[in-house]
Design a protein around this ligand. Structure first.
Ligand SMILES: [Zn+2]
Length: 257
């Protein structure tokens, strides 16, 4: 009986959180308050009534358009409202109802906001990543895969590696290759996952980013100017490391005779 009750509750909870994450995604890059004013249509400025602001449901009922001016609502809203509960339920099945589950959910929500903002604006807001570093460092005693010392090394290692790569690239090419946002993001990931987890995140992120880069070159070979943001791939790597990092380490250390 109760087998489906908790996931069902987490789905509704996740959709509501996703609705809030959408507000963060829209307002943080513009440096606007995420609390006031209430949401309104970006096109006709009509305030959105509560019955048109129900996560997932309203988007479907309104067929993805503003009730008043019929301007299409970005698919991002529906996507984030759906992905957030899916991630929440995956984490529940991995960690159960535990402090690690709650903190991992918070970590993934932050990564999701960063991912969508980085795709849309090619920036990672300092107002998310910088407070995230001490916040996730302080949560490390509650996480079974790391501790304070391990997470401190994770911050230095994650930030340090990308800082070095950025410096070397700059010295060789005399232009910025990697933004400071990626450096702070990987430091934050190191705070939460510890030094092994941050290395796995970087490895998987670089691998996925390279694949996506190759795919993009193949698809539109003429337009090579659009730079893929690295933040979404680091976030993807961190999500992988969070769920399967330990089994990857096990697999790697048990290779060979
Ligand atoms: Zn409108």
């Amino acid at each position: 009986m109760t087998n489906w009750l908790i996931p069902a509750f987490l789905f509704v909870f996740g959709a509501v959180v996703g609705s809030f994450l959408n507000v963060c995604i829209i307002r943080i890059p513009d440096k606007k308050s995420i609390v006031f004013p209430a949401s309104h249509c970006p096109s006709c400025k009509t305030p959105i009534a509560f019955y048109d602001n129900i996560p997932l449901v309203s988007y479907i009922l309104l067929a993805g358009r503003c009730r008043h001016c019929r301007t299409p609502i970005s698919f991002q809203y529906f996507f984030v409202e759906l992905l957030t509960p899916v991630i929440t339920i995956i984490l529940y099945f991995s960690f159960g109802l535990s402090p690690a589950f709650a903190l991992a959910a918070l970590f993934c929500y932050v990564l999701l906001v960063i991912t969508v903002i980085d795709f849309q604006h090619q920036i990672i807001p300092d107002s998310i990543s910088i407070p995230g570093i001490p916040l996730f460092l302080l949560s490390s005693p509650f996480l079974p895969w790391t501790n304070l010392k391990n997470s401190l090394i994770g911050i230095i290692l994650g930030g340090g590696i990308l800082y070095l790569i950025a410096r070397v690239y700059y010295l060789l090419r005399k232009e910025e290759g990697m933004g400071g946002g990626d450096i702070k993001l990987l430091a934050m990931i190191g705070a939460f996952l510890g030094w092994k987890g941050v290395l796995i995140s970087l490895m998987i992120g670089a691998f996925a980013g390279t694949l996506a880069g190759i795919a993009m070159i193949l698809v539109r070979s003429k337009n090579l100017k659009y730079a893929l943001p690295f933040g979404p791939f680091l976030s993807l790597g961190a999500f992988y490391a969070l769920l399967w990092g330990n089994s990857l380490i096990y697999w790697y250390t048990h290779l060979g005779p």
